[in-house]
Ligand binder design. Structure first.
Ligand code: SF4
Length: 493
Protein backbone atom coordinates (compact mmCIF):
# COMPACT_ATOMS: atom_id res chain seq x y z
CA UNK A 1 0.00 0.00 0.00
CA UNK A 2 2.72 2.44 0.92
CA UNK A 3 5.70 3.47 -1.07
CA UNK A 4 8.94 3.87 0.83
CA UNK A 5 10.18 7.47 1.07
CA UNK A 6 13.21 6.96 3.26
CA UNK A 7 14.34 4.41 5.78
CA UNK A 8 12.16 6.05 8.39
CA UNK A 9 9.23 7.39 6.39
CA UNK A 10 6.44 5.73 4.46
CA UNK A 11 3.55 7.21 2.56
CA UNK A 12 -0.04 6.23 3.33
CA UNK A 13 -2.27 6.10 0.28
CA UNK A 14 -5.49 5.07 2.02
CA UNK A 15 -7.09 8.48 1.39
CA UNK A 16 -6.44 11.56 -0.75
CA UNK A 17 -4.39 13.25 2.02
CA UNK A 18 -1.46 10.89 1.26
CA UNK A 19 0.37 11.42 4.58
CA UNK A 20 4.08 10.87 5.01
CA UNK A 21 4.39 8.93 8.26
CA UNK A 22 7.61 8.59 10.22
CA UNK A 23 8.52 5.37 11.97
CA UNK A 24 6.59 4.98 15.22
CA UNK A 25 4.11 7.72 14.33
CA UNK A 26 0.50 7.84 13.12
CA UNK A 27 -1.00 9.68 10.13
CA UNK A 28 -3.25 12.73 10.31
CA UNK A 29 -6.38 10.67 11.02
CA UNK A 30 -4.77 8.43 13.68
CA UNK A 31 -6.14 5.43 11.77
CA UNK A 32 -2.88 4.38 10.11
CA UNK A 33 0.62 4.25 11.58
CA UNK A 34 4.19 3.38 10.63
CA UNK A 35 5.05 0.29 12.65
CA UNK A 36 8.65 -0.71 11.98
CA UNK A 37 8.42 0.48 8.39
CA UNK A 38 5.06 -1.16 7.73
CA UNK A 39 1.82 0.74 7.23
CA UNK A 40 -0.72 -0.70 9.68
CA UNK A 41 -4.33 0.02 10.51
CA UNK A 42 -4.15 1.03 14.16
CA UNK A 43 -7.54 -0.24 15.39
CA UNK A 44 -8.33 -3.94 15.53
CA UNK A 45 -10.62 -5.59 13.01
CA UNK A 46 -13.99 -6.09 14.69
CA UNK A 47 -15.57 -9.54 14.35
CA UNK A 48 -19.11 -10.40 15.35
CA UNK A 49 -19.47 -13.85 16.80
CA UNK A 50 -22.62 -15.69 17.80
CA UNK A 51 -23.78 -19.20 18.59
CA UNK A 52 -24.61 -21.07 15.41
CA UNK A 53 -27.68 -22.89 16.68
CA UNK A 54 -30.18 -20.28 17.74
CA UNK A 55 -28.30 -17.04 17.30
CA UNK A 56 -28.09 -16.45 21.03
CA UNK A 57 -25.09 -14.30 21.91
CA UNK A 58 -22.62 -16.32 23.97
CA UNK A 59 -19.40 -14.37 23.96
CA UNK A 60 -19.17 -11.43 26.36
CA UNK A 61 -17.74 -8.14 25.11
CA UNK A 62 -14.03 -8.55 25.78
CA UNK A 63 -10.84 -7.18 24.41
CA UNK A 64 -9.22 -10.36 23.29
CA UNK A 65 -6.28 -9.15 21.27
CA UNK A 66 -3.48 -11.65 21.48
CA UNK A 67 -5.65 -14.29 23.13
CA UNK A 68 -7.21 -15.78 20.07
CA UNK A 69 -5.34 -17.87 17.51
CA UNK A 70 -7.75 -17.03 14.67
CA UNK A 71 -9.31 -20.48 14.53
CA UNK A 72 -13.02 -20.67 14.00
CA UNK A 73 -14.67 -21.86 17.15
CA UNK A 74 -16.90 -24.87 16.84
CA UNK A 75 -20.59 -24.13 17.00
CA UNK A 76 -20.12 -20.42 16.43
CA UNK A 77 -20.51 -18.12 13.46
CA UNK A 78 -18.23 -15.22 12.67
CA UNK A 79 -18.95 -12.11 10.62
CA UNK A 80 -16.10 -9.83 9.58
CA UNK A 81 -17.24 -6.22 9.96
CA UNK A 82 -15.57 -3.31 8.21
CA UNK A 83 -14.59 -1.66 11.49
CA UNK A 84 -10.79 -1.61 11.48
CA UNK A 85 -10.69 -3.20 8.01
CA UNK A 86 -9.05 -0.23 6.33
CA UNK A 87 -9.79 1.76 3.22
CA UNK A 88 -8.65 1.46 -0.34
CA UNK A 89 -7.91 4.58 -2.32
CA UNK A 90 -8.41 5.15 -5.15
CA UNK A 91 -11.23 2.69 -5.14
CA UNK A 92 -10.60 0.81 -8.33
CA UNK A 93 -8.52 -1.39 -6.05
CA UNK A 94 -10.51 -4.25 -4.53
CA UNK A 95 -11.90 -3.72 -1.02
CA UNK A 96 -9.55 -4.64 1.88
CA UNK A 97 -11.39 -7.88 2.64
CA UNK A 98 -13.54 -9.96 0.33
CA UNK A 99 -14.51 -12.89 2.52
CA UNK A 100 -16.17 -16.15 1.54
CA UNK A 101 -18.18 -18.06 4.10
CA UNK A 102 -21.07 -20.47 4.28
CA UNK A 103 -24.43 -20.01 5.99
CA UNK A 104 -27.24 -22.54 6.00
CA UNK A 105 -25.58 -24.42 3.15
CA UNK A 106 -25.26 -21.31 0.94
CA UNK A 107 -21.88 -20.00 -0.25
CA UNK A 108 -21.68 -16.29 0.49
CA UNK A 109 -19.27 -13.45 -0.11
CA UNK A 110 -18.96 -10.38 2.11
CA UNK A 111 -17.14 -7.36 0.74
CA UNK A 112 -15.77 -5.34 3.63
CA UNK A 113 -14.44 -1.79 3.54
CA UNK A 114 -14.26 1.41 5.54
CA UNK A 115 -15.85 3.90 3.20
CA UNK A 116 -14.78 7.55 3.07
CA UNK A 117 -17.96 9.61 2.91
CA UNK A 118 -17.87 13.24 1.80
CA UNK A 119 -21.62 13.00 1.21
CA UNK A 120 -22.89 12.13 4.63
CA UNK A 121 -24.66 13.51 7.64
CA UNK A 122 -26.83 12.73 10.59
CA UNK A 123 -30.57 12.94 11.08
CA UNK A 124 -31.04 13.84 14.71
CA UNK A 125 -34.42 13.10 16.33
CA UNK A 126 -34.90 14.83 19.67
CA UNK A 127 -37.91 13.69 21.67
CA UNK A 128 -39.23 16.97 23.04
CA UNK A 129 -42.15 19.32 22.58
CA UNK A 130 -40.00 22.27 23.41
CA UNK A 131 -39.39 24.62 20.51
CA UNK A 132 -35.72 24.35 19.57
CA UNK A 133 -35.75 26.85 16.72
CA UNK A 134 -37.61 27.74 13.54
CA UNK A 135 -37.40 25.38 10.58
CA UNK A 136 -34.39 26.15 8.36
CA UNK A 137 -32.51 28.01 11.13
CA UNK A 138 -28.83 27.13 11.39
CA UNK A 139 -27.62 24.65 13.99
CA UNK A 140 -24.15 25.58 15.22
CA UNK A 141 -21.29 23.81 16.97
CA UNK A 142 -18.37 25.89 18.25
CA UNK A 143 -20.10 28.86 16.52
CA UNK A 144 -19.85 27.20 13.08
CA UNK A 145 -22.98 26.29 11.08
CA UNK A 146 -23.08 22.48 10.94
CA UNK A 147 -26.73 21.85 10.03
CA UNK A 148 -30.28 23.18 10.23
CA UNK A 149 -33.65 22.61 11.86
CA UNK A 150 -35.85 20.48 9.65
CA UNK A 151 -39.50 19.35 9.75
CA UNK A 152 -40.72 18.40 13.23
CA UNK A 153 -42.22 14.95 13.72
CA UNK A 154 -44.85 13.63 16.14
CA UNK A 155 -43.45 14.53 19.57
CA UNK A 156 -39.94 15.13 18.27
CA UNK A 157 -37.90 17.99 16.90
CA UNK A 158 -35.66 17.06 13.98
CA UNK A 159 -32.24 18.42 13.06
CA UNK A 160 -30.22 17.69 9.95
CA UNK A 161 -26.50 17.82 10.71
CA UNK A 162 -23.60 17.68 8.27
CA UNK A 163 -23.93 17.05 4.56
CA UNK A 164 -21.61 17.94 1.74
CA UNK A 165 -22.32 21.69 1.80
CA UNK A 166 -21.12 22.07 5.39
CA UNK A 167 -18.23 19.63 4.92
CA UNK A 168 -16.89 21.14 1.70
CA UNK A 169 -18.87 24.25 0.77
CA UNK A 170 -17.99 26.65 3.60
CA UNK A 171 -14.78 27.73 5.30
CA UNK A 172 -12.05 25.28 6.25
CA UNK A 173 -13.05 25.63 9.91
CA UNK A 174 -16.73 24.97 9.13
CA UNK A 175 -15.77 21.73 7.38
CA UNK A 176 -13.51 20.65 10.22
CA UNK A 177 -16.06 21.40 12.96
CA UNK A 178 -18.83 19.71 10.96
CA UNK A 179 -16.71 16.58 10.60
CA UNK A 180 -15.82 16.60 14.30
CA UNK A 181 -19.49 17.04 15.28
CA UNK A 182 -20.59 14.17 13.05
CA UNK A 183 -17.82 11.93 14.34
CA UNK A 184 -18.75 12.57 17.97
CA UNK A 185 -22.49 12.07 17.35
CA UNK A 186 -21.89 8.83 15.44
CA UNK A 187 -19.54 7.49 18.10
CA UNK A 188 -22.10 8.16 20.85
CA UNK A 189 -20.38 11.17 22.43
CA UNK A 190 -22.30 14.15 23.79
CA UNK A 191 -22.32 17.20 21.54
CA UNK A 192 -23.35 20.76 22.39
CA UNK A 193 -25.33 22.57 19.71
CA UNK A 194 -26.96 26.00 19.56
CA UNK A 195 -29.77 26.94 17.21
CA UNK A 196 -30.00 30.46 15.79
CA UNK A 197 -32.76 32.35 17.68
CA UNK A 198 -33.47 29.12 19.52
CA UNK A 199 -32.29 26.72 22.18
CA UNK A 200 -28.97 25.41 23.39
CA UNK A 201 -28.98 21.62 23.49
CA UNK A 202 -26.71 18.77 24.55
CA UNK A 203 -27.34 15.48 22.78
CA UNK A 204 -25.84 11.99 22.62
CA UNK A 205 -27.22 8.96 20.75
CA UNK A 206 -29.63 6.93 22.88
CA UNK A 207 -29.52 9.39 25.83
CA UNK A 208 -32.08 11.94 27.07
CA UNK A 209 -31.56 15.33 25.41
CA UNK A 210 -30.76 18.41 27.50
CA UNK A 211 -32.60 21.56 26.34
CA UNK A 212 -31.46 24.90 27.81
CA UNK A 213 -29.96 23.01 30.75
CA UNK A 214 -33.15 20.99 31.38
CA UNK A 215 -32.79 17.21 30.96
CA UNK A 216 -35.88 15.90 29.16
CA UNK A 217 -37.55 12.94 30.79
CA UNK A 218 -40.74 12.40 28.85
CA UNK A 219 -41.85 12.39 25.25
CA UNK A 220 -45.40 13.73 24.99
CA UNK A 221 -48.27 11.25 25.06
CA UNK A 222 -49.64 12.67 21.80
CA UNK A 223 -50.91 16.00 20.51
CA UNK A 224 -53.50 17.86 22.61
CA UNK A 225 -56.36 16.47 20.56
CA UNK A 226 -55.10 12.88 20.86
CA UNK A 227 -54.71 13.30 24.63
CA UNK A 228 -58.35 14.42 24.89
CA UNK A 229 -59.42 11.33 22.95
CA UNK A 230 -57.29 8.99 25.05
CA UNK A 231 -58.29 10.27 28.49
CA UNK A 232 -61.82 11.69 27.97
CA UNK A 233 -63.47 8.78 29.79
CA UNK A 234 -61.23 9.21 32.82
CA UNK A 235 -62.18 12.89 33.11
CA UNK A 236 -65.90 12.44 32.46
CA UNK A 237 -67.93 13.30 35.57
CA UNK A 238 -64.86 14.43 37.56
CA UNK A 239 -64.37 17.80 35.86
CA UNK A 240 -66.51 20.00 33.58
CA UNK A 241 -63.89 20.85 30.98
CA UNK A 242 -60.27 20.00 30.14
CA UNK A 243 -57.80 21.89 27.93
CA UNK A 244 -54.68 20.00 26.83
CA UNK A 245 -52.21 22.71 25.86
CA UNK A 246 -50.07 21.92 22.82
CA UNK A 247 -48.21 24.20 20.43
CA UNK A 248 -49.50 22.24 17.45
CA UNK A 249 -53.06 21.11 18.32
CA UNK A 250 -54.60 22.19 21.61
CA UNK A 251 -57.56 20.02 22.62
CA UNK A 252 -60.77 21.07 24.45
CA UNK A 253 -62.87 18.28 25.98
CA UNK A 254 -66.34 19.90 25.85
CA UNK A 255 -66.04 20.72 22.12
CA UNK A 256 -64.07 17.64 21.03
CA UNK A 257 -65.80 14.68 19.40
CA UNK A 258 -64.71 12.49 22.33
CA UNK A 259 -66.50 14.83 24.75
CA UNK A 260 -69.60 15.03 22.54
CA UNK A 261 -69.87 11.23 22.37
CA UNK A 262 -69.74 11.04 26.16
CA UNK A 263 -72.35 13.80 26.52
CA UNK A 264 -70.07 16.45 28.06
CA UNK A 265 -72.08 19.67 28.45
CA UNK A 266 -71.03 22.89 26.67
CA UNK A 267 -69.07 25.13 29.03
CA UNK A 268 -68.82 28.40 27.11
CA UNK A 269 -65.02 28.14 27.09
CA UNK A 270 -63.31 30.30 24.47
CA UNK A 271 -59.77 29.65 23.27
CA UNK A 272 -57.37 31.98 21.46
CA UNK A 273 -55.79 30.80 18.23
CA UNK A 274 -57.25 29.28 15.09
CA UNK A 275 -60.04 26.72 15.40
CA UNK A 276 -59.36 23.79 13.08
CA UNK A 277 -62.22 21.40 13.82
CA UNK A 278 -64.44 21.14 16.94
CA UNK A 279 -62.26 20.99 20.05
CA UNK A 280 -58.98 21.32 18.12
CA UNK A 281 -57.09 24.65 18.01
CA UNK A 282 -53.90 25.69 16.23
CA UNK A 283 -51.55 28.54 17.22
CA UNK A 284 -52.92 29.20 20.71
CA UNK A 285 -49.59 30.90 21.55
CA UNK A 286 -46.08 31.24 20.14
CA UNK A 287 -43.73 28.24 20.06
CA UNK A 288 -41.39 28.10 23.04
CA UNK A 289 -40.10 26.01 25.89
CA UNK A 290 -43.14 26.42 28.17
CA UNK A 291 -46.40 24.45 28.40
CA UNK A 292 -46.76 21.88 25.58
CA UNK A 293 -44.03 23.46 23.45
CA UNK A 294 -45.64 26.92 23.60
CA UNK A 295 -44.06 30.02 25.11
CA UNK A 296 -46.60 30.28 27.94
CA UNK A 297 -45.97 29.82 31.64
CA UNK A 298 -49.53 30.79 32.64
CA UNK A 299 -52.15 28.64 30.85
CA UNK A 300 -54.91 31.23 31.37
CA UNK A 301 -53.23 33.43 28.75
CA UNK A 302 -54.70 31.21 26.02
CA UNK A 303 -58.29 31.65 27.27
CA UNK A 304 -60.74 34.37 26.27
CA UNK A 305 -63.59 35.23 28.68
CA UNK A 306 -66.12 32.42 29.16
CA UNK A 307 -69.45 32.90 27.34
CA UNK A 308 -71.89 34.06 30.02
CA UNK A 309 -74.86 32.28 28.43
CA UNK A 310 -73.24 28.88 28.74
CA UNK A 311 -70.77 29.00 31.67
CA UNK A 312 -71.74 28.84 35.34
CA UNK A 313 -70.13 29.65 38.70
CA UNK A 314 -68.06 26.78 40.22
CA UNK A 315 -67.46 25.30 36.72
CA UNK A 316 -64.44 22.99 37.13
CA UNK A 317 -61.60 23.32 34.60
CA UNK A 318 -58.41 21.27 34.28
CA UNK A 319 -55.55 22.58 32.11
CA UNK A 320 -52.68 20.21 31.44
CA UNK A 321 -49.71 19.90 29.06
CA UNK A 322 -49.14 16.98 26.70
CA UNK A 323 -46.56 15.39 29.01
CA UNK A 324 -48.51 16.00 32.22
CA UNK A 325 -45.47 17.93 33.52
CA UNK A 326 -47.52 21.13 33.85
CA UNK A 327 -51.09 21.21 35.11
CA UNK A 328 -53.45 23.59 36.90
CA UNK A 329 -57.01 23.32 38.21
CA UNK A 330 -59.50 26.20 38.27
CA UNK A 331 -63.07 26.89 39.32
CA UNK A 332 -65.11 29.81 37.96
CA UNK A 333 -66.12 32.49 40.45
CA UNK A 334 -69.39 34.42 40.37
CA UNK A 335 -67.97 36.70 37.63
CA UNK A 336 -67.14 33.56 35.60
CA UNK A 337 -63.40 34.14 36.00
CA UNK A 338 -61.16 31.13 36.64
CA UNK A 339 -59.64 30.95 40.11
CA UNK A 340 -56.81 28.46 40.70
CA UNK A 341 -57.41 25.79 43.36
CA UNK A 342 -55.57 22.65 44.47
CA UNK A 343 -55.92 19.72 42.12
CA UNK A 344 -58.69 17.48 43.52
CA UNK A 345 -57.66 13.94 44.48
CA UNK A 346 -59.90 12.37 41.83
CA UNK A 347 -58.05 14.22 39.04
CA UNK A 348 -54.54 13.45 40.27
CA UNK A 349 -54.67 9.96 38.83
CA UNK A 350 -55.58 11.22 35.34
CA UNK A 351 -52.65 13.66 35.30
CA UNK A 352 -50.39 10.87 36.52
CA UNK A 353 -51.78 8.63 33.78
CA UNK A 354 -50.67 11.14 31.12
CA UNK A 355 -47.17 11.15 32.59
CA UNK A 356 -47.17 7.37 32.83
CA UNK A 357 -48.08 7.06 29.13
CA UNK A 358 -45.17 9.20 28.00
CA UNK A 359 -42.21 7.25 26.69
CA UNK A 360 -38.69 8.20 27.82
CA UNK A 361 -37.34 11.14 25.80
CA UNK A 362 -34.23 10.24 23.83
CA UNK A 363 -31.95 11.68 21.18
CA UNK A 364 -31.64 9.35 18.19
CA UNK A 365 -28.80 9.56 15.69
CA UNK A 366 -29.22 8.09 12.22
CA UNK A 367 -26.12 8.20 10.05
CA UNK A 368 -27.03 8.79 6.41
CA UNK A 369 -24.64 8.56 3.48
CA UNK A 370 -24.29 7.59 -0.15
CA UNK A 371 -22.05 4.71 -1.18
CA UNK A 372 -20.65 6.46 -4.20
CA UNK A 373 -19.36 5.38 -7.55
CA UNK A 374 -15.78 4.96 -6.43
CA UNK A 375 -16.59 2.96 -3.27
CA UNK A 376 -18.70 0.60 -5.37
CA UNK A 377 -15.75 0.01 -7.67
CA UNK A 378 -13.97 -1.65 -4.76
CA UNK A 379 -16.74 -4.26 -4.84
CA UNK A 380 -17.14 -4.86 -8.55
CA UNK A 381 -15.67 -3.80 -11.86
CA UNK A 382 -19.20 -2.89 -12.94
CA UNK A 383 -20.50 -0.66 -10.11
CA UNK A 384 -24.03 -0.13 -11.41
CA UNK A 385 -24.65 -3.87 -11.07
CA UNK A 386 -23.98 -3.60 -7.34
CA UNK A 387 -26.55 -0.81 -7.04
CA UNK A 388 -29.02 -2.92 -8.96
CA UNK A 389 -28.44 -6.00 -6.79
CA UNK A 390 -28.86 -3.92 -3.61
CA UNK A 391 -32.15 -2.59 -4.97
CA UNK A 392 -33.32 -6.13 -5.76
CA UNK A 393 -32.33 -7.23 -2.23
CA UNK A 394 -29.85 -9.71 -3.70
CA UNK A 395 -27.10 -7.91 -1.78
CA UNK A 396 -27.52 -7.09 1.90
CA UNK A 397 -25.93 -3.86 3.15
CA UNK A 398 -24.79 -3.63 6.76
CA UNK A 399 -22.72 -1.13 8.72
CA UNK A 400 -20.58 -2.80 11.34
CA UNK A 401 -23.08 -5.69 11.08
CA UNK A 402 -26.08 -3.43 11.79
CA UNK A 403 -28.93 -3.39 9.25
CA UNK A 404 -29.00 -0.39 6.92
CA UNK A 405 -32.14 1.08 5.38
CA UNK A 406 -31.66 1.69 1.66
CA UNK A 407 -33.50 4.61 0.12
CA UNK A 408 -35.48 3.89 -3.04
CA UNK A 409 -34.40 5.63 -6.23
CA UNK A 410 -30.90 5.99 -7.63
CA UNK A 411 -27.61 5.20 -5.95
CA UNK A 412 -26.99 3.41 -2.66
CA UNK A 413 -28.18 6.00 -0.14
CA UNK A 414 -28.49 4.38 3.25
CA UNK A 415 -29.35 5.15 6.87
CA UNK A 416 -28.27 3.31 9.99
CA UNK A 417 -29.01 3.74 13.70
CA UNK A 418 -25.58 4.28 15.25
CA UNK A 419 -26.64 2.70 18.56
CA UNK A 420 -27.03 -0.64 16.75
CA UNK A 421 -23.39 -0.58 15.65
CA UNK A 422 -20.35 -1.60 17.74
CA UNK A 423 -18.83 1.24 19.74
CA UNK A 424 -16.41 3.68 18.10
CA UNK A 425 -17.24 2.36 14.64
CA UNK A 426 -16.57 5.70 12.93
CA UNK A 427 -13.40 7.54 12.03
CA UNK A 428 -12.52 10.52 9.85
CA UNK A 429 -9.98 11.80 7.39
CA UNK A 430 -9.00 15.46 7.23
CA UNK A 431 -10.20 16.01 3.66
CA UNK A 432 -12.68 16.41 5.65
CA UNK A 433 -14.93 13.34 5.47
CA UNK A 434 -16.28 10.68 7.76
CA UNK A 435 -15.08 7.08 7.62
CA UNK A 436 -17.80 4.51 8.22
CA UNK A 437 -17.85 0.72 7.97
CA UNK A 438 -19.91 -0.84 5.20
CA UNK A 439 -20.32 -4.48 4.26
CA UNK A 440 -22.03 -6.00 1.21
CA UNK A 441 -23.09 -9.65 1.55
CA UNK A 442 -24.44 -11.76 -1.29
CA UNK A 443 -24.35 -15.27 -2.71
CA UNK A 444 -21.00 -16.18 -4.22
CA UNK A 445 -22.51 -16.98 -7.62
CA UNK A 446 -24.31 -13.61 -7.63
CA UNK A 447 -21.02 -11.90 -6.77
CA UNK A 448 -19.37 -13.53 -9.75
CA UNK A 449 -22.32 -12.52 -11.95
CA UNK A 450 -22.06 -8.84 -11.07
CA UNK A 451 -18.37 -8.69 -12.00
CA UNK A 452 -16.94 -9.04 -8.48
CA UNK A 453 -13.22 -9.23 -7.80
CA UNK A 454 -13.27 -13.04 -7.66
CA UNK A 455 -9.46 -13.33 -7.61
CA UNK A 456 -9.44 -11.54 -4.26
CA UNK A 457 -12.04 -13.68 -2.49
CA UNK A 458 -10.49 -15.32 0.57
CA UNK A 459 -12.01 -17.94 2.85
CA UNK A 460 -13.02 -16.63 6.28
CA UNK A 461 -10.46 -18.88 7.99
CA UNK A 462 -7.61 -17.35 5.96
CA UNK A 463 -8.70 -13.79 6.74
CA UNK A 464 -8.79 -14.58 10.45
CA UNK A 465 -5.35 -16.23 10.33
CA UNK A 466 -3.74 -13.45 8.30
CA UNK A 467 -5.04 -10.57 10.36
CA UNK A 468 -3.36 -10.52 13.74
CA UNK A 469 -5.22 -7.56 15.18
CA UNK A 470 -8.75 -8.75 15.83
CA UNK A 471 -11.38 -8.24 18.46
CA UNK A 472 -14.52 -10.29 18.94
CA UNK A 473 -17.73 -8.65 20.03
CA UNK A 474 -21.18 -10.01 20.69
CA UNK A 475 -23.79 -8.98 18.14
CA UNK A 476 -26.79 -7.08 19.48
CA UNK A 477 -29.72 -9.46 19.82
CA UNK A 478 -32.07 -7.00 18.06
CA UNK A 479 -29.95 -7.00 14.89
CA UNK A 480 -30.62 -9.69 12.28
CA UNK A 481 -27.60 -11.91 11.72
CA UNK A 482 -25.90 -10.36 8.66
CA UNK A 483 -25.15 -13.73 7.06
CA UNK A 484 -28.70 -15.02 7.31
CA UNK A 485 -30.10 -15.54 3.82
CA UNK A 486 -32.73 -13.00 2.80
CA UNK A 487 -36.12 -13.53 1.19
CA UNK A 488 -36.60 -11.95 -2.26
CA UNK A 489 -38.36 -8.98 -0.61
CA UNK A 490 -35.27 -8.26 1.48
CA UNK A 491 -36.66 -9.56 4.77
CA UNK A 492 -35.05 -12.37 6.72
CA UNK A 493 -35.87 -15.98 5.93
S1 SF4 B 1 -5.26 10.88 6.73
FE1 SF4 B 1 -5.15 8.76 7.47
S2 SF4 B 1 -5.89 7.50 5.75
FE2 SF4 B 1 -5.44 9.55 4.94
S3 SF4 B 1 -3.36 9.34 4.17
FE3 SF4 B 1 -3.22 10.16 6.28
S4 SF4 B 1 -2.95 8.32 7.55
FE4 SF4 B 1 -3.66 7.61 5.56
Amino acid sequence: MAEGMSANTIRCDACPVLCYIKRGQAGACDRYANLDGQLVRVDPLILLERAKSQGAPLVPFLKREGEWDGKLLKGKETFVTAIGAGTTYPDYKPAPFIVSSEAEGVDLVTVVTEGIFSYCGVKLKIDTDRHLGAERNFVRAQSEPVGHVTTAEYGSQMLSIGGVHHLTGGSKREGRVTCETLLDLCNGKEVELTIDDGANIRVAAGKPPVVNGHREERMRVGCGSAAIGMFAKQWFGKVDDVVVVDDHITGVLSEHQAGKMLGVRETGIAIKGRRSTPGRYFQVAQPGTGWGGTNIADPLTILKPFKAKLAWPKLRLLMVSTTGEQYAYFELNEELRPVEKDLPEELKESVERIRENCEPALATVLFMAGAGGSLRAGVTENPVRLTDSVKRSVTRVTCGGAPAYIWPGGGITFMVDVTRMPENAFGYVPTPALVAPIEFTLKKKEYAALGGHMDYVRPLQDVLKENERQRQVTPLPENPWPLKPMKPDGSEK
